[in-house]
Design a protein around this ligand. Sequence first.
Ligand code: PEP
Ligand code: MN
Length: 426
Amino acid sequence: MNGQAPAAPRFGPARPSPPRPLPDEPLPDRLSAALDRALARPAAQQPQWPNPGAVHEVRTILEGVAPVVGADEVDRLRGHLAAVATGTGFLLQGGDCAETFAGTTERSIAGTVDTLYRMASALTSTTGLPVVTVGRLAGQYAKPRSSPTDAQGLPTYRGDIVNDSEATAEARIPDPHRMLRAYVNATAAMTVVRALRATRAVGGGAEAEFFTSHEALLLDYERSMLRIRGERRPYDLSAHFLWIGERTRQLDGAHLAFAELLTNPIGVKIGPTTTPEQAVAYVEHLDPYDEPGRLTLISRMGSAEVRRVLPPIVEKVTATGHAVVWQCDPMHGNTVQSRGGYKTRHFDRVLDEIRGFAEVHRTLGTHPGGLHVELTGADVTECLGGPQHLSPADLPHRYTTACDPRLNRTQAIELAVLAGEMLGAR
Ligand code: PEP
Ligand code: MN
């Protein structure tokens, strides 16, 4: 660093885009047929809606609404991710594990956006690379669960887009009308994000664009947000970037087949049981036209496994010649139960997974291009360690997550400073 304030993360000058034709009405027949084929495959983690007629009604409404994000914005993100995949940019993605309807306030959104921008500033000054910032925000309402019932024997909470977290049997009945509220909340969140940018109320002086993402889990919602915008494939305009989770990445499953149909950039979480052959299959399915940055492989191996499992995957994917974004999610492989029964993660383990990820890529000469973290701008006590040295006794104080434990603002910014040093080192 040369002592100056870090430059705002930027990618080359925006080219004026040619006017797009007016949005098409319903999906053309060939796409509807392809969609039906994709969704006829086995789909993991879908709710058992009690009333299929209501699902159909809700889908029909959502098929007609104005989308949450714009196709031009998605295209700009595609350009930025191409730069990341080819080693000249860095992808920072973060936000809640599960957003909630009640928790999506102006304050919480501003906190997440501000934290991400501060992290982006830290990363750009240590790596020397422009950072593209993507929130887990404005649509992260659906959750995969490891068990269909919770500790009390109730059907599990599957995210606010499906049911209610309240611990009663009635609250846990899936309600398709929640998809409408998810759409409205996501749109409102997007309005707040856009206003923050317009007023530059975000911290760090960063003027960079801000993109949104969520797990493309709930297929009834995602399919309703498909729109045709001139490209050969439709856009899912519920978010700029969508990812497939560790529990729904089956090669013959509906989630992968759905993602194949899209123009959006796609992520796939790869956990410690991923084989190099599977990773290559993801590349072949999701990047058939060889677009740098179309696919982000989100490694979430756990700090004890990343140095062993990741190298053969990176080698085999690199040998295909496809340019993917390699992103590290150091959260999901490092979740433990505290003595008091809280789901938590230790800052040191999180940091060690990033260290291992950076080592693997340095050894293989590939670009450790991204970081994917669960965080909030609030001063929660959900993850252990970090600059405040949070201990198990601190966890009950402000443990407010609707799902997985998040880094608080202080922990998140410190992580970005330390990660930048690891990821930028050559
Ligand atoms: C998540 O990102 O919240 C999640 C459930 O991750 P994974 O699919 O990697 O377990
Ligand atoms: Mn999570």
